[in-house]
Each structure stands twice: as C-alpha cells, then as structure tokens.
Design a protein around this ligand. Structure first.
Ligand code: CA
Length: 286
C-alpha cells in the first residue's frame, strides 16, 4: 500500500459533513509511514481543500469526479474539461426539462437563480406523490445543494463566464428523471454520466473519472496503481475501485458496491476510513 484514495461524502465525512478526529489521525499516521493520501470526490477542489484544512490534514485532491487532479502542494496535474458548445447543449436540455443544475468551472460553481424555485417545486411534488416513502435521503441530498454557489439571472450568462467547464451536477427527486438524464447523455461520445447519490446525476468529459484521476496521480508520484487502495461508497467510486489494486467499500454502501470490493469496512458514522486504514497499515507495515 503506497497510495490511498478516499471519497468524501458518505465515506470520509460523517453525518455533520466533517472529517472526524479519528479519521484525520489515521490519515496522518499513514502519511508518517510514507503512504500518499488523496481525496477523491465529486465536489470541487476548493471544497475538498476546505474539509482537509478544517481537519488539520493535507492531501492530494482528485476533484469534480476526476476532471481535476491537484498535488498535495496545490499543483494542477490534470484538467479534463467539457467545451463550451457541449456545455451549452447540456444546459439547454436541462432548461427545457426544468432540472435544478450547477455548472462547475474554474474558481466557481454557477447556477441560474430560478433553478432554486424549480428545485423546491420538484421536491414538493415528489413528497406529495410519495407520502409513504422515507425521504431522509432526498432531504439530505437537497440539503447539500445550497453551498457557495454563484447565481445568474439567465442561464446564458453561465456560458459567458468561461471557455470550458469541469462538471454539470443535476438534481432529480424522481428516479425517472435520473433515468431520463442517462438516456439523453449516457451514450454520448464526449460525455460520461455518473451518480454519487440516488437523486442526482453528474456529467463530465468522457475522459474524466476518479479512476483516471487516480492513475494520473499514481503515475506522477511514481507509484504503480496496483499498490493503491481506493475507499468509497457509491457508483462514482467504481472506476477507482477498478483502477486500484485493492478496494474498500464503506459499511453504508449499497450491497452491489460492497459485493465487488475486496473489503467492507464500518460506516462513515463509525469512522470506517480510519478502521480500514489502521487495518491495512497493520497488514503492510506491522
Ligand atoms: Ca460518496
């Protein structure tokens, strides 16, 4: 074990969206033994760095589902973007179908102001038509949305901001609307679609994935990716599970994710990352 790549939401972060002291300590201990540690997340680079800083750790960062890779020192190692024309194509379809969405670009996440209204309406409708369903997952996902996002009056303004974009995040309460997104973009030659949770889908350049990000990082560090360990909980982690030599599923991951991993650890609430890292350090470094 020379390199560990760790997902954030549902993996390194607990319910309060924080890295526990126990998880931070395990990461520092691994680093002290010479193991390289990377955060691998769908979130932006800035968010990942902030979470690490709050926990008093530093790490390499694979962000926006692998569209960006930064070294621990902050050097940009990889940027795989969606061009403006393709972004315009995506956004106009989302507008037509009234999805809530966010576009990640250099330095900011953009969203149209009226999107929030669409989001509220979609959640309300879903709640009314599914009165018996457990909505905790939906609420938790929607709760993550109101972060530091820059709002524009017209969606066209988003396209005036940059020449290329890292990721488009789309929220969908109804599973049919997630499916519609996959049906529209899943076979695209330029794009890849992944989901980090039940009620979303995210679009990136086809070459961007956590797995490819991990390969780039390993190469830069001069480490064979076979000697990397990947820890995660969801479908957007599968590419890094496949790229790494050893895969660890969180206890809170779905059964089909767990089934395909080499090891299952505790839940994110119970410091599953720390427990897996301690276990592997014991195994490799005694
Ligand atoms: Ca996750």
């Amino acid at each position: 074990m020379k390199l560990i790549a760790i997902d954030l939401d549902g993996t390194l972060l607990g319910r309060q969206d924080q890295i526990s002291r126990k998880n931070a300590t395990a990461i520092k201990r691994a680093q002290a033994l010479g193991v390289e540690v990377a955060i691998a997340t769908g979130r932006t680079y800035r968010e990942a760095v902030d979470f690490c800083r709050q926990a008093g750790i530093t790490a390499h960062v694979i962000s926006s589902n692998g569209a960006l890779v930064h070294s621990q020192a902050g050097r940009k190692l990889l940027a795989v973007t969606i061009d403006k024309q393709t972004t315009a194509h995506i956004v106009s379809w989302l507008e037509e179908n009234r999805y809530y969405y966010e576009v990640s670009a250099e330095g900011a996440i953009w969203s149209p102001e009226y999107g929030r209204q669409w989001l509220e309406q979609e959640i309300q409708q879903f709640e009314q038509s599914n009165p018996l369903q457990d909505l905790s997952q939906l609420r938790s996902e929607a709760g993550k949305i109101y972060r530091s996002i820059k709002l524009v009056d017209r969606y066209q303004q988003i396209l005036e901001k940059n020449d290329s974009y890292y990721k488009v995040y789309v929220f969908a309460a109804n599973a049919m609307r997630v499916k519609a997104g996959y049906a529209k973009f899943g076979d695209s030659e330029d794009l890849t679609v992944v989901s980090s949770m039940d009620h979303n889908f995210e679009l990136m350049n086809r070459a961007a994935s956590k797995g490819n990000g991990l390969k780039t990082l390993a190469e830069t560090l001069g480490i064979s990716v076979d000697r990397a360990v990947a820890i995660g909980d969801s479908y957007n982690d599968v590419s890094m599970f496949e790229a790494a030599g050893f895969s660890v599923a969180m206890g809170n991951a779905r059964a089909d994710i767990k089934k395909n991993c080499n090891m299952v650890t505790d839940t994110n609430e119970n410091h599953g990352v720390a427990n897996a890292v301690e276990h592997l350090m014991q195994l490799y470094y005694g």
